[in-house]
Structures are given as structure tokens and as C-alpha cells.
Ligand binder design. Structure first.
Ligand code: ADP
Length: 299
């Protein structure tokens, strides 16, 4: 009779298996329902993200357009203030007392600073709107350095700081946009001069590798705490310092330099420690990928 036992248990086992199957089915159905719900949620989130991305695009466009209009409209009154201040400073309408001359110089300096800010804003708006044209061509670094040297000569008013341009070593003719590169270096150099009370500002260029050149602007100025290095190339970022309070500035020059460098296929970087001076770098390709119709040159 021992053979009877499994038969007696068989319906029971089948029953249990069916019950387990039914329970599993229910679990699966619940899981499916949960998955469907999650899917619907994900789709809704995607749609929301699309809407937000659209809104962000529109807001950025509006901001760029506003900046472009505003800075453009500011140029006329600033131009008028500068012209009138120049007439006064040149004593066209009669002599000035020492105090009046000092006040006119203050108007001139402030208007010039305002003008630079407006220029930076306009450039930034153009970059953001993708409206900056890159015009690459072949040029020699010695020519670029000599133009920069000439540009800074009249404004080197601090006898305790020298501006040195090192002879470029082993850098061939470049194919890039020399005016954009000059604008980046001008920003670095004028910052370096602004934040250096004594010592030197040195501009140099060397070949980074087969395809790149590294420009460096180093100074012996106040330096920048490494805590700020990550943010310094963003819009409107300034580091608090007594010089900063005196000279104000827009906080836009470095972010503009970064974007211009990117347009030229390059990058910017900074080495600095508080109280030990700073070195700003821009690394660019020796040859910007040729634009259609650009003439061939020598490397
Ligand atoms: P701005 O000079 O108009 O304030 P920038 O974007 O050119 O704006 O510079 C941002 C900030 O970075 C400056 O305000 C200053 O705090 C800091 N900075 C830039 N260059 C130097 C430098 N060579 N030495 C010390 N601080 C600097």
C-alpha cells in the first residue's frame, strides 16, 4: 500500500501549484500596472522637460535680445558724455580750476569704464545669440604681440609695473581669428595690470603639442584664492578685494574670453594663489578648421 501515498497527495500539490500560479499572475498584473503608471509618469516628465527647455530657450533669447538692444542704446549717450568731457578737458570753453579738471577726469574715467561694460555686454549677447562671426586667416604671432604692445603703451601709467612680451618660441604661423584672440589676451592683460601694484605682467606663447599653442599672461599681483577658480570664468563673478572696490569692472571680461576661446576651438585656464600672482592661459588649435572659401596658407 505504500504506492498509494503520492496519488493521495497529487491533487493537493496541483492545487497549491495553481494557487501559486494565480498569485504570481496577480503579482505580475500589479507589477505591470505599476510599470504602466511609471511609464506614464516618465512620459509626463519628458513633456514637462520639453516645455521647460522651450521656456529656457525663449528666456535666453529674450535676455540676449534685451542685452543687445540695451547696450546698443547706451552707446549714444555714453558717446555724448565722453565727447563733452573731452571738450571740457581740452579747455575749449575756457579754463578749468584744478578741482574742476579733477572732476572732469573722473567723468571721463567713469564714462570709459561704462563704455567697456556696455561693449562686454553687447559682445556677450552676440555670442549667446550665436551672432559672432569668426573670420580666420593666417597671421604671425610677432605681429599680434606688437599690436598689443602698441595698444597698451599709452595706458601703462604705473611706473612700478612693466609689461613684457616674450619672443614667441617655435610657434608657426597661425590660422585663426586674430582679432578674437587679441580680445581674449587684451582682457587677460588689462586684468593683470589692474590687479598688480608692482612687478611685471608677462605675455608669452609656446607650442603646446603638434596641433595647439598655449598663450599665458602672468602677473605678480594680488592672486586669486583657489576657492574662486571654478567660478571666475562665469558671468558677473568678481572676487572681493580693495582693488575691486576701487575699480569696479563688469565681471564679464573673463566669461567673454572663455566663450571666445571656445568659438576658436580652444580652452581657458587659470593658475593662481592668493598673494602670489596669477597666470591666465588660453590654449588654441594652430589651425582653426577651415571655413568654406578660406584661402590656403603656410604652416
Ligand atoms: P572685471 O575685471 O570687469 O571685474 P573679469 O571677468 O575680467 O571682470 O574678472 C572677474 C574677476 O576676476 C575680477 O573682478 C577679479 O576679481 C578677478 N581677476 C581677474 N583677473 C585677475 C588677476 N590677474 N589678478 C587677480 N584677480 C583677477
Amino acid at each position: 500500500m505504500t504506492g498509494d501515498a503520492p496519488q493521495a497527495h497529487a491533487p493537493d500539490t496541483l492545487d497549491k501549484a495553481l494557487q501559486r500560479l494565480a498569485a504570481r499572475e496577480q503579482e505580475l498584473a500589479a507589477l505591470q500596472a505599476e510599470l504602466d503608471e511609471t511609464n506614464r509618469g516618465v512620459l509626463a516628465l519628458y513633456a514637462e522637460l520639453d516645455v521647460q527647455a522651450d521656456e529656457l530657450r525663449r528666456a535666453t533669447e529674450l535676455k540676449s535680445r534685451f542685452l543687445a538692444y540695451m547696450s546698443h542704446e547706451f552707446r549714444t549717450p555714453i558717446g555724448a558724455i565722453r565727447s563733452i568731457a573731452r571738450l571740457l578737458a581740452d579747455r575749449v570753453d575756457g579754463p578749468l580750476t584744478d578741482e574742476q579738471a579733477r572732476q572732469v577726469r573722473f567723468i571721463q574715467d567713469t564714462a570709459a569704464e561704462f563704455n567697456d561694460m556696455v561693449d562686454d555686454l553687447l559682445d556677450l549677447a552676440r555670442v549667446e545669440a550665436g551672432r559672432v562671426e569668426i573670420s580666420p586667416g593666417w597671421f604671425e604671432l610677432v605681429d599680434l604681440f606688437s599690436a598689443l604692445r602698441g595698444m597698451f603703451k599709452p595706458i601703462l601709467t604705473n611706473p612700478n609695473v612693466v609689461l613684457v612680451f616674450d619672443e614667441p618660441q617655435g610657434v608657426p604661423q597661425l590660422f585663426s581669428d586674430d582679432r578674437k584672440l587679441a580680445q581674449i589676451l587684451r582682457n587677460f592683460i588689462s586684468n593683470a595690470l589692474k590687479f598688480t601694484a608692482r612687478g611685471e605682467v608677462r605675455v608669452s606663447a609656446r607650442r603646446e603639442d603638434d596641433a595647439h599653442v598655449r598663450f599665458s599672461v602672468s602677473d605678480t599681483g594680488i592672486g586669486i584664492d583657489p576657492a574662486f577658480h571654478g567660478a571666475i570664468f562665469q558671468d558677473f563673478v568678481q572676487v572681493d578685494s580693495p582693488i575691486q572696490k576701487r575699480l569696479r569692472g563688469s565681471g564679464l571680461g573673463l566669461s567673454l574670453s572663455k566663450r571666445l576661446a571656445e568659438l576658436l576651438g580652444g580652452t581657458v585656464a587659470l593658475d593662481s594663489h592668493l598673494g602670489e600672482g596669477s597666470t591666465f592661459h588660453v590654449v588654441l588649435p594652430l589651425r582653426l578648421p577651415a571655413q568654406p572659401g578660406a584661402p590656403e596658407g603656410r604652416a
